[in-house]
Ligand binder design. Sequence first.
Ligand code: ARG
Length: 267
Amino acid sequence: MFNAPQKRILMCPPEFFGVAYVINPWMEGHFARTDAENALRQWTQLKETIGRHALVSLLPAHEGLPDLVFTANAGLVKGRKVLLSRFRSPERRDEEKVDREWFEKNGFQIIDPPSGAFFEGAGDALYDQARDLYWVGHGFRSDRDFAPLLQALLVTRAVELTLVDPRFYHLDTCLCPLPDGFVMYFPGAFDAPSRETIEKLVPEHLRIEVDERDAVKFCCNAVSLHSLVIMNDASDALQGRLRQANLTPVLTPLSEFLKAGGAAKCL
Ligand code: ARG
């Protein structure tokens, strides 16, 4: 574990975080209801947890961009290249310029999504190291058929999955590739053909299916670092299942961010 190359993870402080509009079901009823102090405490704890095992880079916060904290949506990074996001909701579009500037300043080669195409970055495209492929979600945010586009632009293999439950609107809210070929996911978030695709590519003993109670705690929105699975919360049963897979669940509460529909991986 200690010889593994250092991963670099981008985070953005929650200085201007809040629920200022409603673009997913979690934000309903939470309009202007986040606690800034608690958000900063939770975010800092996540950053320190990640920082013990990876290098954390910071994207400066911007007034008026409350969802910029969710850096998973800035783009999809592969080596020194980044495919930038184009947000479906107008409310998040001003983030694109800020993300672009950060990647330019930090020496990344920028790739733009084709004109008119929507793509929400690493929120909808997850690398599965064991299979050397990207799981790509669509149905709510990124375009249908984005997987072939992604394959043409950046990656070698992209497998398309269709999301059907509006609570799990980004792929990273309901699926998490883990070390050694394990995949943790909430089957209810996918249509039947997508569930079949997962079952075809991931043999049963490597599937960690979570139930709805764990799914709504955003357990799949986890940061997988070495053998750690850093997440908001998980039942004892799910934690036990992860341990059986030689993984270590690390719980770090992120309730303030759940109000905006995001947790560890999004951040
Ligand atoms: N409020 C944000 C949105 O609806 C949350 C984004 C969560 N990010 C993620 N990668 N799932 O766009």
